[in-house]
Design a protein around this ligand. Structure first.
Ligand code: ATP
Ligand code: ZN
Length: 293
């Protein structure tokens, strides 16, 4: 008959066996390690919320979520948040949804502004908590998904101070392009090493992003950028493929520019210059370790 007998099929309801197949197929060596990793996501908006959901569905061990905003109806043209969550803090709403999707993930909600003195202190302390002898902080990676220059500079400052590897992401104001970038303090350019175009052209970002004037947004571009960001995060954490130093996305031309940025020895961020010195000094030890591998 044409009707398929579903009862005859062996249905595997465990989502992880599909992820574990990555091991069998030789894509990653040990997918299960994902449960040992902690990731901090700053900015739970159009990109950050989707990135958080992807990591949750992949079985990440712990997620630290930071945002100062509440869910608004205006956010419904993006993915993730639902109308009944309007008025909740974005971080609490995210914890509500994510814990329902995967109760095994340890979720931490920080509703704060990282650019205030108190917010920055809490941000730093939360990154440092649960540090071990293997790592200087309690997280393996920080993902920046904020939408303004000031907040990115603060994430940059925190990560330079802590020697914390992080990834930056962004979607343009016209919603049709975006980028992701890997930042390893001392090794790659930091966010202050190479000032972005707005800064270089002398335009104050606060005048660009006026109160009440809406930037455009598309769930598609934000979804693509979140996908590129988390793909890069998985490659970094699980050690497979090539981790992208910088990947741009131009949706109008389907153009993906890639590049690499060296740190600037004249960087205005003292913590960055300190990390650069440290990186140079540790070069002989790194070379020796690479030889014995
Ligand atoms: P829009 O700006 O278009 O109204 P949005 O604020 O949701 O939307 P997104 O690009 O979707 O912007 O997400 C960026 C997220 O980063 C927002 O949720 C915002 O609250 C958060 N964010 C920005 N700056 C800070 C900061 N200094 N501290 C904490 N969270 C921040
Ligand atoms: Zn720098």
């Amino acid at each position: 008959s044409k009707i398929k007998d579903m009862s005859a099929e062996v249905v595997d309801n465990n989502p992880y066996s599909r992820l574990m197949a990555l091991q069998r197929m030789g894509v990653v060596e040990n997918y299960e390690r994902i449960r040992d990793y902690s990731v901090a996501i700053v900015g739970i908006g159009g990109v950050g919320s989707v990135a958080a959901e992807m990591l949750t569905r992949c079985g990440i061990g712990r997620l630290l979520l930071y945002d100062y905003d509440t869910v608004e109806l205006a956010n419904m043209n993006r993915l993730f948040f639902r109308p009944e969550q309007v008025g909740m803090t974005k971080t609490d709403a995210a914890v509500q949804t994510l814990s329902g999707i995967n109760p095994d993930v340890v979720l931490e909600s920080y509703s704060l502004n990282i650019t205030t003195v108190k917010g920055f202190e809490t941000f730093l302390a939360s990154l440092k908590a649960q540090s071990s002898h293997e790592r200087s902080t309690g997280v393996d990676l920080v993902l920046s998904c904020v939408d303004n220059y000031e907040a990115r500079m603060v994430v940059n400052q925190a990560c330079n101070e802590l020697g914390q590897t992080w990834m930056e992401s962004g979607v343009s104001e016209d919603a049709v392009s975006g980028h992701i970038q890997l930042l390893v303090p001392g090794e790659t350019a930091c966010f202050a090493c190479a000032p972005p175009l707005v800064v270089a052209s002398g335009v104050d970002e606060r005048t660009l992003k006026r109160e009440g004037v809406c930037a455009a947004s598309l769930p598609t571009t934000m979804g693509v950028v979140a996908g590129l960001l988390v793909q890069n995060a998985l490659k970094y954490l699980l050690n497979f493929g090539q981790v992208s130093p910088y990947l741009g996305y131009n949706s109008l031309k389907d153009y993906f520019p890639a590049m690499e940025m060296r740190p600037n020895p004249q960087c205005l961020n003292p913590a960055c210059v300190h990390r650069q010195k440290e990186y140079m000094e540790s070069k002989p030890a790194r070379d020796a370790a690479a030889k014995t591998k």
